[in-house]
Design a protein around this ligand. Structure first.
Ligand code: UD1
Length: 418
């Protein structure tokens, strides 16, 4: 159990550097299973989700080792295609291993995946796509059993541009003999990072316009070095931290082209933003303006992974904000926690109405999920008095050490582990 203890009221100032992207690291680690030679993943963040995925690869027989900020994976000696229950149950991304295991061994077995409690999170689109590639999929006793090498020679249309299903299916397709075309794939930049890794490893994938991905069949995996893209959600969290505290931060290694929906919202809230190369300089207003209507959508729409942080910002805005969550159905649990800190907000289904208050006050609150937890930390930085965020280990899934990062720019925040 971990707690973050925050003394609010200090505007953040200084420079902060973004790490490699969690949501690129997880599928790329899984994709290493397709390559029977060593690969190096550089700029890899040391997050609990990444450690979990590395643990899963080890359990499947891969050699995995850290070398500074690089993770070295050699899947040459992997033999097993069965994911162990306990490890795989802990992270949702364990499901990403189905595609690469099928591509490599023509078999895969996994329990239903775990992850943050932000909605139902079914895997039907993943399994429908695998079936369309000729894989036999049986679901019984909480396990998913897949048999048969993906065949290729098919065009698969996703009913919804799911990030995970797109990644899983393109990895499965790398093991096919013929070309596979994925129609209506997700457009998140982490998918392009995965494709860049796979292309570097000898496979051949390309986007054909924004609505198709073609994966060439009959290619073999080979050794490669890949540097992960910077984490746009971590960058976004720091940008909102500056905005919410009325501070000024230079966020380094942040790609503005990945953050445009967020930057638009932050400008609407009254932030001054400048960018140069891969640096973003943000200056928060004394008190933010309200966001009249913010709607989460698949990329390039506003990311659901930034909704909770902006929720925290809206609690202290001058007027009333409306947030609509369209990606996950249970992603407003931070609303009730923020109310303990004096926020004036109502949640009805997928819509939150937030009437800004002049100030929040410190309270003891629970991090129910990763980004909701980060939002409470941001609110604590602004609030008067002391905020204690409990179950902070959930925040470690996506931030290597959020407390240390915020302390380095003037946040009065410390961690207690028990
Ligand atoms: C990924 C990200 C997560 C982000 C999300 C949306 C990783 C490791 N995680 O999650 O941080 O919040 O994208 O940007 O990259 N769905 C189905 N059936 C399926 C798959 C998905 O109904 O088979 C639904 C989900 O329940 C959800 C929506 O589709 O409502 C979006 O999910 P998806 O895009 O798949 O997100 P993840 O890959 O789980």
């Amino acid at each position: 159990m971990a707690k973050l203890i925050i003394e609010g009221g200090h505007a953040l100032k200084g420079q902060i550097t973004v790490q490699g992207a969690k949501n690129a690291a997880l599928p790329i680690l899984a994709a290493a299973m397709l390559v029977p030679e060593p690969v190096r993943i550089a700029n890899c963040p040391r997050l609990t989700d990444v450690e979990h995925m590395a643990g899963l690869l080890k359990a499947l027989g891969c050699r995995v080792a850290w070398e500074e900020d690089s993770l070295l994976i050699d899947a040459g000696c992997a033999r097993s295609a069965q994911l162990p229950e306990e490890l795989a149950g802990a992270i949702r991304s364990s499901v990403f291993l189905l595609g690469p295991l099928l591509g490599r061994f023509g078999a895969a077995e996994a329990p239903y995946p775990g992850g943050c409690d932000i909605g139902n999170r079914p895997v039907d689109l993943h399994l429908k796509g695998l079936r369309a590639m000729g894989v036999r999929v049986d679901e019984a006793s909480g396990r998913i059993r897949c048999q048969g090498r993906p065949k290729g020679g098919v065009e698969i249309a996703l009913d919804y541009p799911s990030v995970g299903a797109t990644e899983n299916l393109i990895m499965a397709a790398c093991g096919a003999q013929e070309d596979t075309i994925l129609v209506n794939p997700a457009r998140e930049p982490e998918i392009d990072d995965l494709m860049a890794f796979l292309n570097g490893a000898g496979f051949e994938l390309r986007r054909e316009g924004s609505s198709r991905i073609r994966v060439r069949g009959g290619r073999q995996g080979r050794s490669t070095v890949h540097t992960l893209m910077p984490d746009r959600i971590e960058a976004g969290t720091y940008l909102v931290a500056a905005a919410v505290t009325g501070g000024r931060l230079l966020v380094r290694d942040a790609r503005k082209e990945h953050l445009s929906a967020l930057l638009t919202a932050l400008r609407e809230a009254g932030c001054r933003i400048r960018h140069e190369g891969t640096d973003i300089d943000i200056e928060g207003p004394e008190r933010p303006r309200e966001l009249r209507r913010l709607v989460t959508l698949p990329y390039p729409g506003f990311p659901t992974d930034m909704q909770s942080q902006l929720f925290a910002l809206c609690t202290v805005a001058k007027g009333t904000s409306v947030l609509e969550e369209n990606v996950f159905e249970n992603r407003f649990r931070h609303g009730a926690e923020l109310r303990r800190m004096g926020a004036d907000c109502d949640v009805r289904g997928r819509v939150a109405l937030i009437r800004g208050v002049k100030s929040l006050h410190g309270a003891t609150v629970q991090a129910h999920d990763l980004r909701g937890g980060a939002a409470l930390v941001l609110a604590g930085l602004r609030a008067e008095g002391i905020t204690v965020v409990e179950q902070a280990e959930r925040i470690d899934r996506g931030y290597a050490d959020l407390a240390a990062a915020l302390r380095s720019v003037g946040g009065a925040i410390r961690r207690e582990d028990s």
